[in-house]
Design a binder for this molecule. Structure first.
Ligand code: SF4
Length: 363
C-alpha cells in the first residue's frame, strides 16, 4: 500500500496491518504518548488522526463546541468503526478529550481505556511523577500484548524510533535549502505515515527516499512558511496553503518536528529517559508559552521562514490560549503570522482567501 492509499483509508490500513502482523490494536492521540511503549509491547499503533463528515451519533453525547477531532473520533467509535480497537489511550490535554474519555467509558464500560496524564511542569517532581505514569502505561500495554515484552525489547524499540528520527531530520534539513527538493505537502504526508506505519517499514521507506531524493516528491517554489499547530488529519489543508503560493519549510507540530527534533536518550533508568524526552519538546499541553515562542523563533530563523501560519482547530483551547502571546512575541522579532482557524470539513474558499492575502503581504 502506498502513502496515498493509507491516507485515503487509514482505518482499513491499521486493520490490515494488525491482521497481517497478528497484533492487537491500541488507539492513541500522538501528542506525547510514548509510541515506543506500544511498539515494544508488540501492539499495532493506531493514531487517532481521523476525520468524519457526519456527526449525527456524536452530537447526541458531545457538545458541538467540542473540537472536530474529538467529535470525529466519537462518531467513529459510536458507529462501530472502531470496534476492532482493543484499547484507547486518551491524554487529558483538553476538555474535549476529557469529554471523549468519559463518553467512551459511559457507553462502553468494558472497553479498555487509559487516561494518560501529563504534569504541567518540567521540574524534578514533575519528571518523577511522569516517570510513574509511563511505568503504569507500560504495565497496561503489556497486559494487552500477545507476546512477551521486556525492558531489553523496549530499548530496541527506542533505537528503531531514534533511527526514524535521524532519517526524518536528514530529510527535514533539506528544507533549509533555497530550493528544497520536495514540497511541504510531501513531507507532511510522510509524517502522517510515520505514525500509522510499523516503524520498520517507515524506516525502509525513508532510506529508499533518501537514496533517490531527486525522484521523490514535487519541487515547489513559494513564500517560505512555518506552520505551527497540533495535528492535521486532512492533507487538503496543507495543500491549500501551498496552492495559495506558500512553501512550507518548517513546522512546530505534533505530527512533525516535535516527534523527531531530538533523539530519546536510553538511560540506565529507561523510564526516566522516556519521561525526560517527552517533557522536553515544547507544546501547549505541558510548557510555558515562552518555551514555545523560543522553539518557533529558532525554527523560523534556521529555516529562513518569512512568516508563520498558526493552524488552530476551532474550539481548541490549549492552542488558542497560547496564540495571542505567541503572535506578539513573533511580532517583536519582526516575523508576521496568520491565525488560520479551521475545522473539518472546512470551507476551502474562505481559508484560501485568507492565506492568499497573507502570502501577498509577505512577498
Ligand atoms: S484539537 Fe485541541 S481541543 Fe481538540 S483534541 Fe486536540 S488539543 Fe484537544
Amino acid at each position: 500500500m502506498n502513502i496515498d492509499d493509507l491516507l485515503n483509508d487509514p482505518i482499513q490500513y491499521v486493520k490490515k496491518t494488525a491482521q497481517s502482523c497478528g497484533r492487537n490494536v491500541v488507539a492513541f492521540f500522538p501528542v506525547g504518548v510514548p509510541i515506543e511503549l506500544i511498539h515494544a509491547a508488540n501492539l499495532q499503533q493506531f493514531p487517532l488522526i481521523i476525520m468524519s463528515e457526519d456527526f449525527s451519533a456524536a452530537d447526541a453525547y458531545m457538545h458541538t463546541f467540542a473540537c472536530s477531532l474529538s467529535r470525529s473520533v466519537l462518531q467513529k467509535f459510536l458507529s462501530g468503526d472502531l470496534d476492532f480497537v482493543k484499547a484507547f489511550i486518551i491524554p487529558d490535554i483538553c476538555d474535549s478529550l476529557w469529554s471523549l474519555y468519559n463518553i467512551v467509558k459511559l457507553t462502553d464500560p468494558n472497553r479498555k481505556l487509559y487516561l494518560f496524564h501529563y504534569p504541567p511542569k518540567k521540574d524534578d517532581k514533575s519528571l518523577n511523577y511522569f516517570k510513574g505514569e509511563i511505568i503504569k502505561l507500560w504495565e497496561f500495554l503489556k497486559e494487552l500484548s500477545l507476546s512477551q515484552s521486556s525492558e531489553e525489547i523496549l530499548k530496541d524499540s527506542i533505537t528503531k524510533f531514534n533511527e526514524q528520527r535521524k532519517l526524518l531530520r536528514k530529510l527535514n534539513n533539506m528544507r533549509k535549502s533555497n530550493s528544497p527538493p520536495f514540497s511541504g505537502t510531501d513531507f507532511f504526508k510522510l509524517m502522517l505515515a510515520a505514525f500509522f506505519m510499523p516503524v520498520e517499514h517507515h524506516i525502509d521507506m525513508l532510506n529508499s527516499i533518501l537514496g533517490n531524493i531527486e525522484k521523490w516528491g514535487t519541487k515547489k517554489e513559494g513564500v517560505r512558511l512555518l506552520v505551527s499547530g497540533h495535528m492535521v488529519e486532512n492533507v487538503a489543508l496543507i495543500e491549500l496553503i501551498e496552492e495559495s503560493g506558500g512553501l512550507i519549510v518548517a513546522d512546530d507540530m505534533d505530527i512533525g518536528s516535535r516527534h523527531f527534533s531530538q533523539d530519546l536518550a536510553v538511560r540506565k533508568d529507561i523510564f526516566a529517559g522516556i519521561a525526560e524526552h517527552y517533557l522536553m519538546t515544547p507544546s501547549p499541553y505541558r510548557h510555558s508559552v515562552e518555551d514555545r515562542a523560543e522553539y518557533i523563533l529558532k525554527l523560523a530563523k534556521e529555516f529562513d521562514a518569512s512568516g508563520v501560519i498558526f493552524l488552530i482547530r476551532k474550539f481548541c483551547d490549549p492552542y488558542l490560549f497560547d496564540y495571542p502571546i505567541l503572535r506578539r512575541m513573533l511580532e517583536e522579532e519582526g516575523i508576521p503570522s496568520l491565525l488560520l482557524e479551521y475545522e473539518f470539513p472546512f470551507s476551502a474558499a474562505i481559508l484560501r482567501n485568507r492565506v492568499e492575502a497573507f502570502i501577498e503581504m509577505l512577498r
